[in-house]
Design a protein around this ligand. Structure first.
Ligand code: FAD
Ligand code: DHB
Length: 398
């Protein structure tokens, strides 16, 4: 088999890239290890930045999002049992974020690609990149996990295979540097069949830890609780989950509405960046190259930002024989990546309780929160980052 761009991974990075390339008249094949049902059924992110919703509409994929998504003009921060509304739209010339779950985005992307005749190979096994540093890279894999070995010869290979995928390891260790911070807490996430409790997301930092109130639809709500990342979910019966959510979200005159919990899981929190995001004709995109803790809702959006930069660079190469964008892909992406790392770290440290911090540091975080309440420029900075920073794809380094 032969294609122009071989893409490993049918997550947001891989699937958005396949759409962007198709629009530019560039062929691609997506190779994914999981089944379609598994990809479409995994519950993860919920928040799309303003420009991602515009991009989805531009790709002809906006119909269900416009019908079923929820457009939020602000968020609520809570500390010391007080709530403060951050007027995101008012602070960013009318931009909003959209609550539309990642797996619904993936369903739209997959249906659109298959309808256009783009190949997605689900359930592939043994995916291996060959010749990453050469002019003739290829991807080896086995259909349905254990079929006979097959090869896709490519002009370029894109590793959009998430944090645990093999693509990053295909860059020789001497050619990459990894930066990492592991947080001493994780998130316990639930889905519950309950009505909306509040009109927007609440990010709360009460003495005993962080909680986030989010939503999926008028009768399904998403909530997260700070917990020990090594804890066993079996230690969290529903009664304990509700007790902790109430303790961290309720105020004197408001109490969270409970419902039946039908999904529950624990994730660790980390910050991670691999530099550079390119080796020869192999390009990394999304979680394969960087992870942010979810507090800033940046991970999915950053994955889409990478592939927008990459698709423009590939288009310049194929259409105008101009390699400048590809040469600067990593530097261009990393400028945005590090700003998202900074914002996600800021939101995470400001909003979580951390036993390893001193009382001095705890008071600094409360001062940070109070700055958002009292200083318009602090609130605007938070709003601009939350809704998505403008694109900066100048082709120079630094
Ligand atoms: P992934 O989504 O991980 O996709 C990679 C794909 O590659 C997977 O389908 C995987 O099966 C496949 N793969 C792996 N190995 C192989 C292989 N060997 N061969 C073939 N295929 C392979 N982000 C936000 O922007 N907003 C949020 O609100 C938000 N909330 C989150 C909440 C939670 C609880 C979690 C866990 C994450 C959240 N994120 C959020 C982060 C977001 O989900 C990720 O950043 C996003 O999925 C990254 O997309 P990706 O395409 O880079 O990687
Ligand atoms: C959701 C996830 C996040 O990480 C976040 O910051 C906000 C909302 C969600 O899953 O709804």
């Amino acid at each position: 088999m032969r294609t122009q761009v071989g893409i490993i991974g049918a997550g947001p990075a891989g699937l958005f890239l396949a759409h962007l390339l198709r629009r530019a008249g560039i062929d691609s094949v997506v190779i994914e290890s999981r089944s379609r049902a598994d990809v479409e059924g995994t519950v993860r992110a919920g928040v799309l930045e303003h420009w991602v919703t515009v991009l989805m509409q531009g790709l002809g994929l906006g119909e269900r999002m416009l019908r079923d998504g929820h457009f939020h003009d602000g968020i609520t921060l809570q500390w010391n049992r007080q709530r403060h509304h951050v007027d995101i739209a008012g602070l960013t010339n009318g931009k909003h974020v959209t609550l539309y779950p990642q797996h619904e985005v993936l369903k739209d992307l997959i249906a659109g690609l298959l309808a256009a005749g783009n190949e997605i190979i689900f359930g592939a096994g043994g995916t291996t990149i060959r010749g990453a540093g050469t002019d003739t890279p290829a991807i080896d894999f086995r259909r349905d996990g254990a079929g006979p070995p097959e090869t896709v010869d490519c002009d370029y290979v894109v590793g959009a295979d998430g944090f645990h995928g093999p693509a990053r390891q295909a860059i020789p260790a001497a050619h990459r540097t990894e930066y990492q911070k592991i947080y001493p807490f994780g998130w316990l996430g639930i889905l519950t069949k309950a009505p909306l409790s509040w009109h927007e997301l609440i990010y709360s930092n009460q003495q005993d830890g962080f909680a986030l109130l989010s939503t999926r639809s008028p009768d399904v709500q998403r909530m997260y609780l700070q917990c020990d990342p090594a804890d066993d979910i079996a230690n969290w019966p529903d009664s304990r989950v509700w007790e902790n959510l109430h303790a961290r979200l309720d105020t004197a005159d408001w109490s969270l509405t409970e419902g039946a919990i039908f999904q529950k899981g624990i994730i660790p929190l980390r910050s991670f960046v691999c530099e550079p995001m390119q080796y020869g004709r192999l390009f990394l995109a999304g979680d394969a190259a960087h992870i942010v803790p979810p507090t800033g809702a940046k991970g999915l959006n950053l994955a889409v930002a990478d592939v927008l930069v990459l698709s423009r660079a590939l288009e310049a190469q194929y259409r105008r024989n101009n390699p400048a964008g590809l040469a600067m892909y990593s530097a261009t992406c990393l400028r945005r990546v590090w700003k998202a790392e900074r914002f996600s770290w800021y939101m995470t440290t400001m909003l979580h309780s951390n036993d390893q911090e001193t009382d001095f540091e705890r008071r600094i975080h409360v001062a940070d929160l109070d700055l958002v309440r009292t200083s318009e420029s602090s609130a605007r900075s938070l709003a601009e980052n939350y809704v998505g920073l403008p694109f900066d794809d100048r082709h120079e380094s630094g």
